[in-house]
Design a binder for this molecule. Structure first.
Ligand SMILES: Nc1nc2c(ncn2[C@@H]2O[C@H](COP(=O)(O)OP(=O)(O)O)[C@@H](O)[C@H]2O)c(=O)[nH]1
Ligand SMILES: [Mg+2]
Length: 360
């Protein structure tokens, strides 16, 4: 199960460039079925040092990383919330992702038009944020109108929701995105149906030119900090070119420049961190594989990610630690040392667990 991220930002910020860099190694998947203008969708493998370590113990097996799905969303312009440009398309695409990668143009290039004439990081970010806020305001006000009818009849749940909506509409009007408002988990549940845009977590992506970080990306860092959000700098164009090279050549290039890896790999890791997920590992059969589940998932549900019928056929889960496997080198030795923990239906899967599912 992939997690979905949407690349959002002004036109010519570098979204498609970064999309290509991210997905060069991954297979393209089907475009959105509901979209006429078809947002590009692609898959990016998640680089994972723990998976590499596990794979090193079973080099004969195939390594299968977990993946994220990335959506290259149509560029947003001022007025998108009122349907300007591809506004409605943009907003429909973004409603369907779990988290937003907000691409901010941090390179100067007279040959590449900027929708507002020139790069101004603070303004550029605000244009995008404002459109998302306005769209949420519209959505919540629409919802309020519907709920207020049921609330008038005196239905308790409707009254509660109405109070929540009133409060959030107030905060949106003050320019506060919903992710910065105080919302309890139960309230969040109530909002699920309308999937507000400003509730989604955001990672800022400063698309710097070939020269690297600059005064523009410094501003991205500052505004990310002010929002309690993360950010990464990416040399979009360079990364795209590198990601398209054959692996050998790419490695030689990275080595020559003393780089550890592509910056998009860091981008994926940071993006992954936005979501409250845990990764577990399996090595049964021909694959060494990483899997993703929401934090708090119990063993049978985790098994169902591998095979839906594991949920019902679940008997127990054998839990191993990567460090122990590395120390004892084999599963057999691990068993003999009593380092395999047997866990039942209520076991909550922990990040980093190596698991064997025993099913009926
Ligand atoms: N000079 C320069 N141009 C870039 C860089 N990244 C992207 N571009 C160019 O900017 C233009 C717009 O990029 P694109 O990815 O299509 O932007 P999008 O509209 O946000 O999808 C393209 O011509 C890219 O080649 C960069 O780091 N430096
Ligand atoms: Mg584009």
């Amino acid at each position: 199960m992939s997690r979905t991220f949407g690349l959002a930002g002004l036109p010519n910020a570098g979204k498609s460039t970064i999309f290509n860099a991210l997905t060069a190694a991954g297979a393209k998947v089907e475009p959105y079925p509901f979209s006429t203008l078809q947002a590009q969708k692609g898959v990016a493998p998640v680089p994972d040092p723990r998976l590499d370590r596990l794979h090193a113990l079973f080099p004969e097996k195939k390594k299968v990383p977990t993946t994220i799905e990335v959506v290259d969303i149509a560029g947003l312009v001022e007025g998108a919330s009122r349907g300007e440009g591809l506004g409605n398309q943009f907003l429909a695409d973004i409603r369907n992702v779990e988290a937003i990668l907000h691409v901010v143009r941090c390179f100067e290039d007279p040959d590449i038009a900027h929708p507002m004439g020139e790069v101004d990081v603070v303004r550029d970010v605000e244009v995008v944020e404002t459109e998302l806020l306005l769209k949420d305001l519209e959505t919540l006000e629409g919802r309020r109108e519907r709920v207020s009818k049921t609330a008038r009849i005196g239905e308790k749940e409707a009254k509660e929701e109405l109070a929540l909506l009133e409060r959030l509409i107030e905060s949106l009007k003050q320019g506060i995105p919903l992710r910065a408002a105080t919302i309890s988990p139960e309230e969040k549940e109530k909002l699920k149906g309308i999937a507000p845009l400003t509730l989604k977590p955001v990672l800022f992506v400063a698309n710097v030119g070939d020269e690297g970080e600059n005064e523009h990306s410094q501003k991205v860092a500052e505004l990310a900090r002010a929002r309690g959000a993360g950010w990464v700098a990416i040399r979009g164009r360079l990364e795209m070119e590198l990601s398209e090279l054959p692996e050998e050549e790419r490695r030689a290039f990275l080595k020559e420049y003393g780089l550890e890896g592509l910056a998009v790999e860091r981008l994926v890791r940071e993006a992954y961190r936005l979501l409250s997920v845990v990764t577990f590992y399996t090595f049964v059969g021909p694959e060494v594989r990483a899997w993703t589940v929401p934090a708090g998932t119990k063993a049978p549900e985790a098994g169902a990610v591998i095979h839906t019928d594991f949920r019902d056929r679940f008997v127990l889960a054998e839990i191993m630690k990567l460090e122990d496997l590395e120390h004892y080198r084999s599963e057999k030795a691990l068993r003999e040392a009593g380092k395999v923990v047997r866990a039942g239906r209520d076991y909550v899967v922990q990040d980093g667990d190596v698991i064997h599912f025993i099913v009926a």
